[in-house]
Each structure stands twice: as structure tokens, then as C-alpha cells.
Design a protein around this ligand. Structure first.
Ligand SMILES: C[S@@+](CC[C@H](N)C(=O)[O-])C[C@H]1O[C@@H](n2cnc3c(N)ncnc32)[C@H](O)[C@@H]1O
Length: 204
């Protein structure tokens, strides 16, 4: 499947390290709304956006009736998202926080290109944030250029990837979507072809 996306590509650099570049009108970790539309078949409830960046996905959810909590360790990203929500008249509970600090359970948890280390215990913490009957929506790039990633200071093999979702959720979950999508990001920073893995899992 090939999807053309006219939007900013996602940046894997930490927004606070980007300084003035992230503060520019062109957002680098904007989120695109394309993946969050996987949630359009669900009845709105409470949602958690993990590593929300500046939070276009959280805005899409708020616009579609979800009560959204959006967390990111980057104050720059959260402040930009807050300003954007205010301009649009949308309410999102945005918090500068590590996902490991988030408590409570949510009807929907979205994790789009998150930076979650497999050996940190944080993935189990994320799974625990999904309420019974709730949904986890996970998206990450496939076919990552490992050399380039390591040059930017992170090891993709140490991070939770799409294949880890079915492998780790356990018997109490149902995998509803597990697919690879070819993306052609045709505009903005990070415009390039790549493949994304999209997994939607329901906690029964
Ligand atoms: C690649 S960006 C993805 C942003 C957004 N979800 C999107 O799809 O455009 C990863 C984001 O996760 C944030 N992040 C990294 N580690 C985090 C953690 N432990 N808790 C919360 N946010 C984190 C980073 O600051 C960054 O904004």
C-alpha cells in the first residue's frame, strides 16, 4: 500500500536540541494526522498521546471529540502545541512529562514514532495505560538507516518497534491492524520515501 502525504516529515531529533529550528514556523515534529485517522472508527473517550511533539495528532483527536492528554519531555514542543490548540480553540491537556510519570488508564493510547527503550520497562508502563476495552495505536518507521540514526545519537535496535507490539502484548489483547505502509512525504522537513509499520491493538 502506498500513501502520499503532503506534510512535514517526522524528525527524530529531540526538539529541545533543535533550538531555533524547532521554534521556526515550520514545525519539525508536527505529526500528520494520517495515522491518527486509524482511530476514526472508535467511539471517542479519553486519549493519551505519548511523545506528542507539537501535537497535530492530539489536536485531531480533540477535534473529533476525544478528551486528550498529550505528554512530551520537550517543553519547546509542548509550548508550541499549547499555542496551536489555543489558536484553534481546542482543549488538550498538554504536559511536559516523561511517559514513565503518566498514571491512569485511557480508552486510546497513541504512540507515533516514540522513543521507548525496550530494556527500560517503559513499554510495559505504556501498555498499562490502556483501559480494558481500550486501543493502542503504534506507528514507527521500518527500514531505518541505522548508521544515520546512530550518527544522530540513537540506536533504533534499542527502541520499541512495530514488530514488538504483537510480540509483547500477551493473550489479553487482539491485534486488529498490523501492516506496513509505503509513505511518500512530499513536503517539508524530512520529506522522503519510507515505510511505516502501523499496529492497532485492543486490550480485551
Ligand atoms: C520522533 S518525535 C514524534 C513526535 C510525534 N509523536 C509525531 O509523530 O510527530 C518523538 C517525540 O518523543 C518525545 N520523547 C522522547 N522520549 C520521551 C519520553 N520518555 N516521554 C515523553 N516524550 C518523549 C521527544 O521529545 C519527541 O518530541
Amino acid at each position: 500500500m502506498r500513501r502520499r502525504i503532503r506534510r512535514q516529515g517526522r524528525s527524530h531529533e529531540h526538539p529541545d536540541r533543535l533550538g531555533p529550528r524547532f521554534a521556526s514556523p515550520e514545525a519539525l515534529a508536527a505529526g500528520g494526522g494520517a495515522d491518527v485517522r486509524e482511530a476514526s472508527t472508535l467511539s471517542p473517550g479519553t486519549a493519551l498521546d505519548i511523545g506528542c511533539g507539537e501535537g497535530a495528532d492530539a489536536l485531531w483527536l480533540a477535534e473529533h471529540g476525544w478528551a486528550v492528554t498529550a505528554v512530551d519531555v520537550s517543553r519547546v514542543a509542548v509550548d508550541r502545541g499549547r499555542a496551536r490548540a489555543e489558536r484553534l480553540g481546542l482543549t488538550v491537556d498538554r504536559q511536559v512529562a516523561d511517559v514513565a510519570q503518566v498514571e491512569g488508564r485511557f480508552d486510546l493510547v497513541i504512540a507515533f514514532c516514540p522513543v521507548l527503550h525496550t530494556d527500560s520497562g517503559v513499554w510495559e508502563h505504556v501498555l498499562d495505560r490502556v483501559a480494558p476495552g481500550g486501543t493502542l495505536l503504534f506507528v514507527h518507521h521500518l527500514d531505518v538507516d541505522r548508521e544515520r540514526a546512530r550518527a544522530h545519537g540513537f540506536d533504533p535496535d534499542a527502541l520499541v518497534a512495530p514488530a514488538d507490539v504483537p510480540a509483547t502484548v500477551g493473550a489479553g489483547w487482539r491485534i486488529e491492524v498490523d501492516e506496513a505502509v509505503d509513505r511518500e512525504v512530499i513536503e517539508g522537513a524530512g520529506a522522503h520515501d519510507h515505510r511505516d509499520g502501523i499496529v492497532r491493538a485492543r486490550f480485551l
